[in-house]
Design a protein. Structure first.
Ligand code: EPU
Length: 293
């Protein structure tokens, strides 16, 4: 199913972004393969879209085809093995595991988006990393070639993996039987996140990676120390709650958000000599200019 005139702002949590030439919503790996073949035949670029929760799309839009993987939503549990389609929402994944008496997904609590996006970015932090729970990933390369990777082949690292640029269809996780009240732990972790992060606002999560390997200092803390919390450009502002989040207050443009990214980066470099790298993926003009500090 295509909706070629659909603006990408409606498919991203930041709520900005123009149109793609084509948007496809395959419901099976076979339909995904058809889309990739079609794009290859037309020599047109293709991009994978998950929940759109970690993405800044330019208001001018992007050329080629955007393939949303959100309709790949099968989910099954067998013993301690959970198998999820790339489009299964992270919240659904966590709650199904908890209902089945399984532990190991606290790292996804309060992380919006899809299973595919979470592993592509190796989501996680204080409660571990999702890559550590992955046993197998299936998908297609942009050329439509199928692959199956074990955990090592995924090369999970801080907020990255070898899955960038691929089209993940299905992920297998190995969890463990819960030894405590997981539902209570999930509530606790969620409450702590809600206290520290503007989960209610239109954001793309943390804008920058934490600098230093692996993730030494909090980028949010550095931006906060420069006094930029609450700083506004047009319809966007640096969150007063957590300075590594940029909020769309309703009518932000992609340029407003880019301006805040530049200001935060310049101030942190001027005051601490630290270069902040983008964590959020950028689509559109100057993709690489924003991605490389
Ligand atoms: N802090 C400030 N001011 C701020 C923000 C943070 O002083 O504006 C301080 C906090 O008080 C705390 C320290 O900095 O002492 C660390 O803050 P926090 O616990 O919020 O963690 P973080 O390093 O800023 C990372 C991840 C988050 C993840 C949290 C919790 C990155 C870039 N961020 O944030 O991930 O949720 O740990 O595990 O790695 C994301 O990637 O989108 C994201 C939200």
């Amino acid at each position: 199913m295509d909706e070629p005139r659909y603006p990408l702002s409606r498919l991203t949590s930041l709520g900005v972004g123009g149109r793609a030439d084509r948007i496809a919503f395959p419901e099976t790996a076979g339909e995904l393969a058809d889309e990739l073949r079609r794009a290859a035949d037309e020599d047109s670029p293709v991009r994978a879209l998950g929940g759109g929760k970690n993405l800044l799309v330019d208001d001018a839009g992007v050329p080629g085809t955007v393939i949303s993987l959100t309709r790949l939503r099968e989910l099954s549990v067998s013993g301690t093995t959970v198998t999820a389609g790339a489009g299964v929402p992270t919240g659904t994944l966590v709650s199904r595991a908890v209902r089945k008496g399984l532990a190991g997904l606290l790292c996804l609590v309060g992380v919006p988006g899809t299973a595919g996006g979470a592993i592509r970015m190796n989501a996680g932090g204080a409660h571990g990393w999702i890559g550590d729970r992955v046993t197998r990933v299936r998908g297609l390369t942009a050329k439509g070639e199928p692959f199956t990777f074990g955990r090592d082949a995924c090369a999970f690292a801080y907020r990255t993996s070898r899955l960038a640029g691929t089209f993940v269809t299905e992920i297998e996780f190995d969890l463990e039987p819960a030894t405590d009240d997981q539902a209570a732990r999930v509530r606790e972790v969620y409450a702590a996140k809600r206290f520290a992060q503007p989960l209610e606002a239109a954001t793309a999560g943390c804008m920058f990676k934490n600098p230093g390997l692996p993730c030494g200092e909090s980028a949010g803390k550095l931006i906060d120390l420069t006094g930029l919390k609450g700083h506004v450009v047009g319809g966007a502002r640096i969150s007063p709650k957590h300075a590594n989040f940029v909020e769309n207050r309703g009518d932000a443009t992609s340029d407003d958000i880019r301006a805040l990214v530049r200001i935060a980066r310049e101030r942190v470099f001027a005051e601490f000599g630290v270069e902040l790298d983008m964590e959020v993926e950028v689509w559109g003009r100057e993709e690489s200019a924003l991605l490389v500090a």
